[in-house]
Design a protein. Structure first.
Length: 438
């Protein structure tokens, strides 16, 4: 969902109840107006190394928009730890921004509140048409068969970042293509006194992203075709266990990473402590921490065997940020103009360069900045081997409950408690019991 975000934790578990209440009131019934045609309020997600960095990136573009349209945009950059809860509160109170960023995995959950403007053909026409956006990005904008709840703004994919010098010192000639190869390479790296693979064991959303990919590689889904939680099937249990076993059994994730939740694994990698990192579009983050691009390589995330692709060869979730409009905006026309501006070819190039992400607008992807080798890996992953997280109304609760179960399993591994198939299944059973019943 982001380039350096922290987990969105806490009251996410209330999302279904909030969604249900919003459907009957709040912003979903008021509709928009043009009462304030000269101003817009915009909640941006924290994409850069800090909120101040985001302001430095965004404010010049907002000033440009004001010069073009006469509309002043009041910017608030919201930390990822607060964003979802802020949005959910706004859906019930009706007191929210005009335009906002949302993690693309939340699209279906927020769509269920009825608080966001649906992007039907008429609204897409106002911003140049739906065909401008790549299919993979559109796949994470809401429930299939319904008008999207938001439009894609930034696209990202997971990749394996590896330290070239650490690999050379350990005699590892190329990045691992499979998980078995990663574990084998890890033994050589550890002999040289380096950590192998960084992870954010206490970051609920990071946990979900990785176990979702492992689930795909095991041919498993976390929901049944009719949208019911199915967290205890054999494939899901095997997927979660394999991920946690990278610490518990294979010893390639350091036990200290069980407590990481604020991008400490990225810092460890940037400082040369860790040989490998699984991360979304990390270049800007690493650069901000003093790591030059020639110090690391980028490769696809490993698979079980063979090469990344569709089906069981999926090696990333479709990561990214979407741009949404609240139904109760007081500047409907201005909000549409702002979305058009932010998703224009020129702005897509500027913003995605700044955040080392990939433009979800096809025409912008041809810019040389997005054809460099590192970005080529991300683009190829998004096009061929990434899958959207479940686009169901309960998705945000899925992130919280299963992500927390994985967090607890990492804590068990760090404490030396056995992580078994039975203990994994028990955690997932508890998570499933916390989901809404249909």
């Amino acid at each position: 969902m982001r380039s350096i975000r922290a987990a969105a934790v806490g009251a996410v578990t209330m999302s279904l109840a909030l969604a249900a209440s919003a459907c009957g009131g709040g912003s979903s019934t008021n509709g928009g107006s043009d009462d304030s045609p000269k101003t817009l309020t915009y909640w941006a997600s924290n994409q850069g190394a800090s909120i101040e960095v985001d302001k430095q990136v965004l404010q010049p573009e907002l000033d440009k928009f004001q010069k073009q349209t006469g509309i002043k945009v009041k910017l608030e950059v919201v930390p990822w730890s607060d964003l979802l809860n802020r949005i959910l509160t706004a859906t019930t109170s009706g007191q929210g921004p005009d335009v906002l960023n949302i993690g693309n995995t939340w699209s279906a959950s927020l769509q269920a509140t009825g608080a966001l403007v649906p992007w039907d053909a008429k609204n897409f026409d106002k911003i140049g048409g739906k065909s401008r956006f790549v299919d993979s990005a559109l796949g994470s904008t809401g429930v299939q068969g319904k008008d999207p709840a938001a439009v894609p703004l930034y696209s990202m994919a997971y990749a394996l970042y590896y330290n070239k010098q650490i690999f050379a010192d350990a005699g590892v000639s190329q990045p691992p293509a499979t998980w078995d190869e990663l574990v084998a390479d890890g033994k050589k790296i550890q002999q040289k006194g380096k950590q192998v693979l960084g992870a954010e064991g206490s970051n609920v959303s990071e946990n979900i992203h990785h176990v979702f990919v492992f689930g795909k590689q095991h041919g498993a889904d976390f929901f049944t075709p009719d949208g019911k939680a199915d967290f205890t099937n054999d494939g899901v249990v095997a997927a979660v266990k394999q991920y946690v076993d990278l610490m518990a059994k294979d010893k390639v994730i350091p036990v200290g990473n069980a407590e990481y939740a604020q991008n400490q694994s990225v810092s460890d990698f940037a400082k040369g402590k860790t040989a490998m990192l699984l991360w979304q579009s990390a270049a800007a983050n690493l650069k901000s921490q003093g790591m030059s691009e020639n110090q690391y390589g980028i490769a696809p995330v490993p698979v079980q065997s063979g090469a990344p692709g569709a089906g069981a060869q999926v090696d990333s979730m479709v990561a990214g940020i979407n741009l949404a409009v609240f139904k109760n905006t007081h500047n409907v026309d201005g909000a549409m103009k702002f979305v058009k501006f932010m998703t224009s070819d020129d702005e897509q190039k500027i913003l995605n360069k700044a955040y080392s992400s990939i433009p979800p607008v096809s025409a912008a992807q041809s810019d040389p900045a997005f054809t460099a080798p590192a970005n080529a890996v991300l683009k190829d992953t998004l096009a061929k081997s990434a899958a959207a997280l479940p686009q169901v109304a309960d998705e945000s609760q899925f992130e919280t409950t299963v992500g927390t179960a994985v967090k607890e399993l990492f804590a068990d591994a760090a404490a030396g408690r056995a992580v078994t198939t039975d203990s994994v299944k028990a955690k997932l059973q508890k998570a499933q019991q916390q989901m809404p019943t249909k």
